[in-house]
Write a protein that binds this ligand. Structure first.
Ligand code: PEP
Length: 255
């Protein structure tokens, strides 16, 4: 399978931005701008904004995602949200293992794996984030590290659930910094991720896998990044908060 046959997905990560009313307004603004998209369009919003986002996106091609969820089904986990709760709301995607969660909230490769499995078992799609720090890139361990993160994230994930996994390569040094990986760097690491998945699940499964790039992707650089053979979409932070910029990225991914 070549790139043209894989599902390209542009997912916005709004992080801790927008109130419910602001969420509704921004989605109303985006809807007509992305209506003709020839790729998946997902907006991952804060937990409290999910009902407003689902309501605003109803009847459109925009799917709604969360930015995290706990790996237990229920119990004494104050402040946490389960995959079943998200599922009942109508959420379809969940970002797992974003570098901000790894850095600020103690997320580890092991909890990324547990959360990924919880998301998949609930019938949702997991957008699993992997990526190296600047130090790790300078140490020359990017490929090994990203392969390791991918392998642990997918531990015990059955092959039949892989079609609901998206992997986002997000170099930590490129997130929110304005520094983007070059198109060649993004493609090279995305290919490592695909090869890792091929070693676990076989070539056909790896060829069908959507592997995104994320890290300061914007309206100006999206086309070159998305043109790479192993880049099947993007996870977009800052630029997903501006309707026109997000729509430009969606257009660049449409083919
Ligand atoms: C992100 O939050 O996943 C991200 C890629 O952010 P930004 O586009 O702002 O770098």
């Amino acid at each position: 399978m070549n790139k043209a046959k894989r599902a390209a997905v542009i997912a916005g990560n709004w992080k801790m931005n927008k109130t419910p009313s602001e969420t509704a307004a921004l989605i109303e603004e985006m809807k007509p701008l992305v209506a003709d998209a020839d790729c998946g369009v997902v907006l991952c919003v804060p937990f409290v904004d999910l009902p407003a986002a689902l309501d605003a996106a109803k009847g459109s091609n925009i799917k709604i995602g969360a930015q995290n969820c706990h790996f237990k089904e229920s119990g004494a986990y104050t402040g946490e949200i389960s995959a079943a709760m998200l599922c009942e709301l109508g959420v379809e995607y969940v970002i797992i293992g974003h570098s901000e969660r790894r850095t600020y909230f103690g997320e580890t490769d092991e909890t990324v794996n547990l959360r990924t499995r919880a998301v998949l078992d609930a019938g949702l799609t997991a957008i699993v984030c992997v990526g190296e720090s600047l130090t790790q890139r300078e140490q020359g361990v990017t490929a090994e590290l990203v392969a390791l993160q991918t392998k642990i994230a997918l531990r015990d994930v059955p092959a039949e659930q892989l079609s609901r996994v998206i992997i986002a390569y997000e170099p930590v040094w490129a997130i929110g910094t304005g520094k983007t990986a070059t198109a060649a760097q993004a493609n090279e690491v995305n290919a490592v991720i695909r090869a890792t998945v091929a070693s676990l699940y076989g070539d056909a499964a790896a060829e069908a896998l959507t592997v995104q790039y994320g890290g300061s992707m914007n309206a100006g650089n999206a086309a070159e990044l998305l043109d790479q053979p192993d880049v099947d979409g993007g996870l977009i932070g800052g630029a997903s908060l501006k309707a026109a910029d997000f729509a430009t990225i969606v257009r660049a991914a449409s083919r």
